[in-house]
Ligand binder design. Structure first.
Ligand code: ZN
Length: 80
């Protein structure tokens, strides 16, 4: 009669690789939520030359040019 072999305890250590995958998954989830909320064709790209940010364009006719008020203020000449 053979003695029952106890199963080895499962190692559940979190490896850096797994954490990177989880981080990427969270980022993908966030992007997916943005697409769901705003539609995949509602993303604009900031027209500021030194800024490459994408942003959800929530204007009715998609005329938003800047990712933020900071970029808009930087490139829109202020009245004297
Ligand atoms: Zn910008």
């Amino acid at each position: 009669m053979r003695a029952a072999v106890a199963p080895e305890p499962v190692q559940r250590s979190r490896t850096p690789h797994l954490q990177a995958v989880e981080t990427a998954a969270v980022a993908a989830w966030g992007l997916a939520q943005g697409v769901v909320l705003h539609g995949s064709d509602r993303w604009g790209r900031c027209t500021a030359p030194d800024c490459a940010n994408y942003f959800p364009d929530t204007t009715a006719n998609r005329t938003e040019q800047f990712c933020s008020a900071r970029c808009a203020n930087r490139l829109t000449p202020s009245p004297p």
